[in-house]
Write a protein of this length. Structure first.
Length: 205
């Protein structure tokens, strides 16, 4: 599976945000979208998510030989910082996604356990989220994303609230999560940029 952006341009009124972006985002890779503030990183993620339209150009999701327009149900967003419910366990926090998608409690628990294991949080699964460290909370946010099994994972400046040590840990986690699908990170962070498989620089687009 992959997402391609062809001749992508975005304007608001008569102001051009980006022009003629060509990009391909593949399954099994972590891609970084970089560029100065206002260059359109968050907007391009929203277009890939099918939540916003390009002004001109196309975005296509290629899957099983078919090309389709972006569909928000393919996408899960990793929030910046933590939006965890502090008084509930890590497990409860992860189960919310699959339960909201109509999974049974047993299936949701299994998906949550698997996702917590993948991000290295199995040992704190039953600890209240409020007692987790900043780095663990960031992992929890990724576990929540993984538990929905959606093929496109978008993270907008995921290291914004992390120190350098936790940002290195996040880069390691992203590398481990590569097989989870198409992972696209909008970031200014040199540590995350260095660790990405591919970098799309909107300044040069
Ligand atoms: N709905 C909108 N209407 C008008 N202008 C918008 C809209 N959404 C975004 N913009 C403008 O488009 C530009 C790109 O915004 P965007 O948030 O995508 O930038 P960014 O690269 O993510 O910046 P940052 O690094 O600060 O997060 C900005 O100048 C922003 O004000
Ligand atoms: Mg942004």
């Amino acid at each position: 599976m992959h997402v391609t952006v062809a001749d992508g341009s975005l304007l608001f009124g008569d102001r051009s945000v980006f022009q003629d972006v060509q990009a391909r985002f593949d399954s099994g890779m972590v891609s970084a979208i970089v560029g100065p503030s206002g260059s359109g990183k968050s907007s391009l993620l929203a277009c890939i998510a099918g939540e916003m339209a390009l002004t001109t150009g196309t975005i296509e999701v290629a899957r099983d030989g078919n090309n389709e327009p972006p569909n928000p149900t393919d996408v899960v967003w990793v929030p910046q910082g933590s939006n965890a419910l502090g008084s509930r366990s890590a497990m409860d926090n992860v189960m919310i996604g699959p339960l909201a998608e109509g999974r049974s409690p047993e299936a949701a628990a299994q998906l949550a356990q698997d996702a917590l294991h993948r991000v290295g949080l199995a040992s704190v699964a039953y600890q209240r989220a409020r007692t987790l460290s900043g780095g663990e909370l960031q992992r929890l946010a990724f576990a929540r994303a993984l538990s929905t099994n959606r093929p496109i994972i978008l993270a907008d400046e995921p290291s914004a609230s992390l120190d350098a040590q936790n940002t290195h840990a996040l880069a390691g986690l992203l590398a481990e999560l590569r097989p989870a699908g198409i992972i696209i990170v909008a970031t200014h962070d040199p540590i995350l940029i260095d660790s990405a498989s591919r970098v799309l620089d909107l300044r040069r687009a």
